[in-house]
Ligand binder design. Structure first.
Ligand code: SF4
Length: 810
């Protein structure tokens, strides 16, 4: 089946093709592929420049917000500081300003010096180090050619990276599992080095060259080894990230995997060799001589050419690309058939389960049995390919968002670039969910899907615009949750809208119900029920209805409000799937109501720029849609964000523009945090305790407390800014601002402490809570008149009493 191709966002650049160690488990020199023998030792500057140009043009064409490049080898430090500098500078200067470069180097650490660290600090290059555990474990394989241990040099390198000056460069450790090593000793030795992340990698093997087994090693020795480490890691409170474990936990809950070696996410990785040839993932070197070859090179082929290569496409086809045994396997959504290379067998190629099949199944079931599957079954068997941090298996280390981006978001804010990165990850998640829902539909080839896939290559901006629509994912989410009544029509409507935007003359049939043909992001056309054929043309579109009539214009266009600064937000009152918020949506707005919304939004945006400038930039970068909701009971303010509708907030138009500003800021916090939670585990999802938020009478799961706290960071700042602006002034508005500020700063600070003390946050979650604390603490120091403190205390007591009454009544 043709799939929507995934742009390549991760690149391994081979800086040097030789190594100063002679590790006997190395896939480059010790496995089936021998291509390294004929390659230049060092990559040339001309190749680097061309590669940077290719990556830059790919980033522009696909509007990528981040690309990750790993400087790799052999041993990349052998390329020397001058060439590493030129590589970093070429890459940075080739990327468009809106695309961030996540640049890393993966080294054995032997040559890492203070001078290299200073260079990497200057060039912002993160460093990952290979280390297999304690000295005995590391010495088993990672030795110099003369047999000497490399352990002391590697510890020295890690020591350098742990110095305060360079700690921010430390990306993590990569540890290849050997079942002869003591898992407890390996774990303790690695944990002692305080790495931010550790990747535990299964040694490369195939059905032709199976992994080592020990005579008394049990049925699944690699699983047993990893489960021992997993138990220690859990008992220690997950002190660092471990992609393998986190991926199992995530996929058991229906979220994406963080590594190419597990799960069903499409691969988006390419490798550039020192001679300028493009290859597929390095791990394929283990299969057979020449397995990673693509026949393409950086001078003759673009990255779009490479993305279409059948070998790469094969690693992007999810469930459909797996063997029959894997497709029928109960843990396939977590396992994904394991690493592609590990499936190889001479007679059947890659159409097999992993050679680690039994270990993978035992590992996944073992983690699930320890509580990993306690959460609800998957609503989203989903992935966020563009942002999933490290497809590329062994070569890469995690971080879907860069730490600085996550810290920025933790404080409540989010620059345009950071929010764009969230949007990009959500777009990829939508693609993956659409593909998964389509796979699950069992439809095989079909016109709408084929067209969407074709346009994704030929008219990517048109498809991106349609898939970035907040409710594009709603169809997939409902299908994957088992709601088959939603049918396949919405997918055809997405394809039709993309065809209209592309304007190439493509046609697609769309089922019509209720007398309206809806074209997402555009509007709707009144036509009789039946099947209408939509044709996108350079000068517009044509809809041929079931009765033969032809329409060439929208009867009800989607309306957008232009705001100060030249950006627009859609008022979505048409999409049949916009009913994704937990409150009824308003019908098509009549003109007077449209005018009221327009005025209120313009005023609210000006207020946001004035009172919440630190939040406004992110709102402008990420808020594309406001969906009008029906008014709440007795004029109560109603607003809602939906996890499956990134970029949209649902709001019943409140009485005043300041309230609208506050609701927009509040709800967009939920939008941002939802996208963060799709990328990172901030808390233990198996934690089923309920927590009281200071502002609510009913206890909620931890995520509810987290979401509320995050939203109230913006609320606190809003009232804080108003309070400062009213300093020394009297009047009702000033008094209200002070009372609200006094109330919300206290509530928010209390909630942060409740989160931090929950014992349910991951290491990353604790860091996130610390960012929230840093944001709210300065507000606690702002002096308030005694009367305002009394008002805040009274408001708090009233709330508490109402809460108490409600809980007694309950
Ligand atoms: S456990 Fe085995 S059969 Fe199941 S998906 Fe993984 S490799 Fe395939």
């Amino acid at each position: 089946m043709t799939r929507i191709p995934v742009p390549l966002t991760q690149f391994v650049v081979k800086m040097h093709s030789r190594c100063d160690l002679a590790c006997d488990h190395c896939y480059v020199y010790e496995h089936a592929d021998s291509s390294w023998r004929s390659r230049p030792k060092v990559i040339g500057d001309g190749i680097l420049a061309k590669a940077a140009e290719r990556i830059g043009e790919h980033a522009v064409a696909h509007r990528l917000s981040t690309v990750r490049v790993v400087l790799h080898g052999g041993e990349p430090l052998l390329a020397g500081p001058g060439r590493l500098r030129r590589a970093a500078e070429a890459l940075r200067s080739a990327l468009p300003p809106e695309c961030a470069l996540d640049l890393r180097i993966h080294t054995n650490g032997v040559l890492l010096s203070r001078a290299f660290c200073a260079l990497f600090a200057e060039l912002d290059v993160k460093v990952g180090i290979s280390l297999d555990g304690d000295r005995a474990a590391n010495d088993r394989h990672r030795r110099f050619a003369d047999g000497r241990s490399s352990h002391p040099q590697v510890l020295r390198a890690v020591g350098l990276l742990n110095e305060p000056e360079y700690r921010h460069l430390f990306a993590g450790l990569l540890c290849t599992v050997d079942i002869e090593n003591d898992p407890v000793a390996v774990y303790r030795a690695l944990a002692e080095l305080r790495p931010p992340a550790v990747d535990f990698l299964l040694p490369h093997a195939t059905w032709e060259a199976p992994p080592k087994r020990l005579p008394a090693g049990g049925e699944a020795p690699y699983a047993d080894w990893l489960l021992t480490v997993h138990g220690l890691w859990e008992a220690d409170g997950r002190p660092f990230a471990v992609r393998t474990f986190e991926s199992v936990h995530r996929t058991l809950r229906g979220l994406s995997s963080l590594t190419e070696s597990l799960g069903l996410e499409p691969s988006d990785l390419a490798v550039l060799e020192t001679d300028g040839t493009f290859e597929q993932a390095d791990s394929l070197k283990t299969a057979y001589d020449g397995a990673p070859v693509t026949g393409m090179n950086v001078f003759a082929h673009s990255l779009d050419d490479l993305a279409r290569h059948p070998g790469i496409a094969a690693r992007q086809s999810g469930l459909a690309g797996l063997s029959a045994a894997c497709r029928a396997c109960p843990v396939v959504r977590s396992c994904g058939g394991g690493l592609y290379a590990h499936r190889y067998r001479v007679d059947t190629g890659f159409d097999n389960p992993s050679v680690y099949c039994g270990d993978l199944m035992t590992l996944i079931n073992g983690i699930a049995g320890e509580g990993g599957s306690a959460a609800a079954p998957a609503a989203e068997p989903a992935a966020e390919p563009a942002a999933a941090p490290a497809r590329g298996g062994e070569a890469l280390l995690p971080a879907a968002l860069a730490p600085a981006q996550l810290d920025e978001l933790a404080r409540g804010y989010g620059s345009a670039a950071t929010v764009a990165a969230l949007g990009n990850s959500q777009l990829a998640l939508t693609r993956a969910m659409l593909a998964a829902a389509w796979d699950a539909s069992g439809q095989g080839r079909a016109e709408a899907w084929e067209l969407l896939s074709e346009l994704d290559g030929a008219a990517a901006p048109a498809v991106d615009a349609v898939l970035a629509h907040p409710y594009a994912r709603a169809w997939a989410a409902r299908r994957l949750a088992g709601d088959l009544a939603v049918g396949l029509g919405p997918l055809a409507a997405l394809a039709a809208a993309a065809a209209v935007r592309a304007g190439r003359g493509d046609a697609v049939a769309v089922p019509v119900r209720g007398g309206w043909l809806h074209l997402p992001t555009l509007g709707r056309v009144a036509v009789p029920d039946g099947e209408a054929v939509v044709t996108g043309r350079a000068d517009g579109f044509e809809v041929r209805a079931a009765d033969g009539s032809v329409r060439t214009a929208l009867d009800q266009p989607l309306r957008r409000v232009r705001l100060a600064g030249g950006w627009t937000v859609a008022l979505e009152d048409l999409d049949p799937l916009r009913d994704s918020h937990d409150h009824p949506v308003a019908e098509r707005l009549p003109e007077p109501e449209l005018l009221s919304w327009t005025g209120a939004l313009r005023e609210a945006w000006e207020l946001l720029g004035r009172d919440l400038p630190g939040y406004a930039e992110g709102i402008r970068a990420g808020l594309g849609t406001v969906t009008p909701l029906r008014p709440g009971p007795a004029g109560r303010d109603v607003s809602s964000a939906a996890r499956q509708a990134y970029g949209a907030v649902g709001i019943a138009r409140p009485a005043t523009a300041p309230t609208l500003a506050l609701l927009l800021a509040h709800e967009f916090q939920h939008v941002k945090l939802g996208a963060v939670l799709d990328l990172h585990d901030l808390y233990d999802r198996a934690d089923d305790r309920l927590y009281f938020a200071p502002w609510r009478p009913d206890p909620r799961p931890l995520e509810g407390l987290l979401q509320g706290t995050y939203a109230h960071l913006a609320v606190t700042e809003y009232w804080g800014t108003r309070t400062v602006a009213y300093d020394g002034l009297a009047g009702e508005a000033a008094e209200r601002a002070r009372a609200q500020f006094g109330l919300w700063r206290r509530y928010t600070a209390e909630a942060v402490e409740r989160l931090a003390g929950s014992g349910a946050l991951t290491g990353l979650g604790a860091r996130f809570a610390e960012g929230m604390r840093e944001s709210v603490e300065p507000w606690l120091a702002v002096p308030l008149p005694a009367a305002a403190e009394r008002d805040a205390e009274r408001a708090r007591r009233e709330r508490d009493e109402r809460s108490h009454l409600r809980s007694v009544e309950a």
